[in-house]
Design a protein around this ligand. Structure first.
Ligand code: PLP
Length: 411
């Protein structure tokens, strides 16, 4: 009997793409039960930016477990949560002059999004939400309902009180007009309470928004009393270089959703950063049994202390990102016949090959070459590269060679 096929729901997905039984992992490599090593350029869908089993963070976790510290803590005070909050203040909030409080929520990105939407509705009294085509915010009902595209893999349950605007790479007057009109309109009888945006889209195809458009969103929303929610679940915590992918854009969000890599070690954890003046929650109004993953607080604090005390990691991610996009551009030039496009920001990169079949063949060909990559974007036409951001340069080049080979054979 194959227990996976016999016992696991038909909904299983990644195991169909990469049908190995994995047993260990280190840095950018995962190893199956037969000892075959794969380079992991998917990194837990972005949850492993700091690598598999990052040794610094594993040590923290082992010490935590051995010392009999709390694992589950709801939202009680703990030593680890204090250290995490102080690290966030010191390495993230203060250097960026963000006067925000930290809301711990249940452990998924979707929960952070739910909390953000509920808070926005509570503050503005308006339920309708504006989002963007190609965005993905999670699988709970409300998060799915504002996910304008599920990368072609599932149907979104659109609610009537949601409007999706087009993705904007280079802002035009028409884009600004559409934004202004939409923000002033009512949807299903409801005024707009929030705009939710992934400043760099992940599932939508590694697509950064034009910073000038992000600034316009901020200006318009400020005028109209609409809240700006930045969903940084995938692009945040250093994925694009800076801690937040919106840095330098004047988006200045009211709420920032973070999850995936925030624990540093791939542990379940999510938080929202909320502008202090908007933190109008009543005590206990938004709850959740698993909003106090104390082990994740410990590893997250260590991640912040070790990687965000200076700008080395940020610079390294930007450099490695350039290297990736340069290699992807070569692939586009050599094999694309004008049909491929390179996308991305920092180490959230993609090669849009303009065809679902070709992208799929490349992903499968990569797996045959022991490289794990996923497809994304509308119609799944983009091969996405989400390497750990701490990847060594020789591993990066090795993986890019394997990808190049897979692309060469797919066209
Ligand atoms: C931008 C973004 N928001 C939210 C989510 C949902 O996170 P989770 O799967 O942890 O619910 C994801 C997951 O891929 C995401 O990429």
């Amino acid at each position: 009997m194959n227990p996976f096929e016999e016992l696991e729901s038909n909904v299983r997905y990644y195991c169909r793409r990469w049908p190995a039984v994995f047993s260990s992992a280190s840095g950018s490599t995962i190893t199956d039960e037969n000892g075959v090593e794969y380079l992991d350029f998917f990194a837990g869908a972005g949850a492993l930016s700091y690598g598999h089993n990052n040794p610094i963070l594993v040590d923290v976790a082992i010490e935590h477990l051995r010392a009999g510290k709390l694992l589950h803590s709801l939202d009680t005070f703990t030593v680890e949560k204090r250290r995490f909050l102080e690290a966030m203040q010191r390495y993230v909030l203060d250097p960026r002059q963000l006067d925000m409080v930290i809301q711990t929520v249940g452990p998924t990105g979707a929960t952070a999004v739910e909390a953000a939407l509920q808070l926005a509705q509570r503050i503005t009294g308006n339920r309708a939400v504006v989002g963007f085509e190609g965005s993905y915010h999670g699988m709970t009902y409300r998060a799915a309902s504002i996910s304008a595209s599920m990368a072609g893999r599932a149907t979104s349950a659109h609610l009537k009180d949601f409007v999706a605007l087009p993705y904007v790479a280079n802002v035009t007057d028409d884009d600004v007009k559409l934004l202004k009109d939409t923000l002033r309109a009512t949807v299903d009888g409801q005024k707009i309470g929030a705009v939710i945006i992934e400043p760099t889209q992940g599932e939508g195809g590694a697509r950064p928004f034009d910073p000038a458009y992000l600034r316009t969103i901020r200006e318009e929303c400020s005028q109209l009393g609409i809240l700006v929610i930045a969903d940084e679940v995938q692009a945040g915590v250093g994925r694009t270089g800076p801690f937040f992918s919106f840095e330098g854009s004047s988006l200045d969000p009211d709420i920032v959703c973070l999850s995936k890599s925030i624990s540093g070690l791939g542990l379940p954890m999510a938080i929202n950063l909320v502008r202090r003046s908007l933190d109008t929650w009543a005590p206990g109004e938004f709850s959740g049994t698993f909003r106090g993953n104390n082990l994740a607080f410990a590893t997250s604090a260590a991640m912040l202390e070790n990687y965000w005390a200076d700008s080395e990691l940020e610079k390294g991610t930007e450099q490695r990102g350039l290297l990736v996009r340069d290699a992807l551009q070569h692939m586009a030039d050599d094999y694309g016949r004008g049909r491929f496009a390179v996308r991305g920001n920092g180490l959230l990169c993609g090669l849009d090959v303009g065809s679902t079949e070709v992208a799929e063949t490349i992903a499968q060909g990569s797996f045959e070459r022991r490289l794990i990559v996923e497809t994304c974007g509308a119609g799944d036409t983009t091969v996405k590269l989400l390497t750990p951001i701490i990847i060594e340069e020789d591993e990066l080049l090795d993986g890019l060679d394997r990808l190049n080979d897979a692309v060469a054979h797919a066209v």
